[in-house]
Design a protein around this ligand. Structure first.
Ligand code: TRP
Length: 345
């Protein structure tokens, strides 16, 4: 045991999560899922389907149900190994909700009012329908991370402020009640590694963007849909196929980034490959084939896994049990430090 009550960790612990809303995209695969899978043997990883976060905005209950299984299935289909990593559903481990309440009571309201994601999401809704849960979202996220004494949290740039808040809450708790929580580090991929929207290459590809049908390739898109989306990607009026930071060329650059992320070839080799292309049509065709080839094994594994519903459900049950063992231990320490009476002798 280390002095903060968490078991001494042989490998650094990682925690991350995806909300079961929207549709996971090729960008999520490249920037998150594939990366988690590649590094999972170096870490003691916990990958959570954060369903309690998904209900902070208006949602459909049947959809939540389906998407929860879908995200878990896509974790596995992307190569996350349930023997090496713990995959589970947030609401299956009750400690998340309980620690959120406890942390709520030491989190100044002003900290939450400053969160830019809250302001953005609230602005998109009618003021009288914005839930208290949406404001409290970052505290739930802090509870997720702190329950597991995570050392590192792989997330996108958009979550940086939430990670800062998590660290502030942990520090405040440690200061008030004694060293209890590990202070986690954000693990944010370099900005170049982020795939942009096909319809708008200046904004990141998002799984919850509903404005255009041609915004993103989803991991479960049939090959023809995926091809069609790539063929419609926004480019420019030129014909030069090279990596470029010029905002004018953001569309072409994004297609090349996608190609590079999926083939692993060098930028030089890729530019040489496209030197003889007759135009952007040729570029798009090749990118489309590379994308379709990357999706094929993911979709095959996904179908195999989800054909047998009980297999996925039993994996999630095991995951929740493993997660709860760790989470409950932290929660017990927290309850004790905060002065709660033990429920039984
Ligand atoms: N807020 C994160 C996102 O939208 C999802 C999330 C919830 C999360 N809890 C987490 C990510 C804990 C990392 C760690 O991307």
């Amino acid at each position: 045991m280390s002095d903060n009550g968490s078991p001494t960790k042989a490998r650094p612990r990682v925690f991350s999560g995806v909300q079961p809303s929207g549709n996971l995209t090729i960008g999520n695969y490249i920037g998150a899922l594939r990366q988690w899978a590649r590094e999972q043997y170096h870490f003691d990883s916990f990958f959570c389907v954060v369903d309690l976060h998904a209900i902070t905005v208006p949602y459909d209950s049947a959809d939540l149900h389906t998407k929860t299984r879908e995200v878990a299935g896509l974790y596995l289909a992307s190569g996350i190994d349930p023997e090496a990593s713990t995959i589970f559903v947030q609401s299956h481990v009750q400690a998340h909700a309980e620690l959120t309440w406890l942390l709520n009571c030491i989190t100044p309201l002003g900290w939450l009012n400053r969160m830019t994601q809250f302001k953005d999401k609230a602005a998109k809704q009618q003021a009288d329908s914005v839930s208290t849960g949406l404001l409290d979202y970052p505290v739930l996220m802090a509870a997720d991370i702190l329950l597991y004494q995570a050392d590192a949290v792989p997330v996108g740039e958009d979550q940086r402020q939430h990670l800062e808040l998590t660290r502030d809450v942990a520090q405040r708790f440690n200061h008030l009640f004694g060293e209890t929580f590990t202070i986690p580090e954000a693990m944010i991929p370099p900005s170049g590694a982020r795939i942009k929207g096909l319809d708008d290459p200046t904004a990141k590809m998002s799984k919850s963007e509903t404005g255009s049908e041609y915004h993103a390739v989803y991991l479960l898109d049939p090959p023809d849909r995926a091809r069609k989306k790539i063929m419609r990607a926004v480019t420019d009026s030129g014909r030069e196929i090279r990596f470029s930071q010029d905002p004018e060329k953001a569309g072409v650059n994004n297609l090349l980034e996608l190609y590079q992320a999926l083939t692993g070839e060098s930028r030089e080799a890729i530019e040489t490959h496209f030197a003889s292309a007759r135009g952007y049509g040729d570029l798009k065709k090749d990118v489309a084939e590379v994308v379709v080839a990357a999706l094929e094994p993911i979709q095959r594994r996904y179908r195999e896994l989800t054909d047998d519903r009980s297999y996925l459900d039993s994996l999630l049950a095991q995951g929740a049990e493993r997660a709860a063992t760790v989470a409950n231990k932290t929660l017990e320490t927290v309850r004790e430090r905060m002065g709660f009476l033990k429920p039984y002798a």
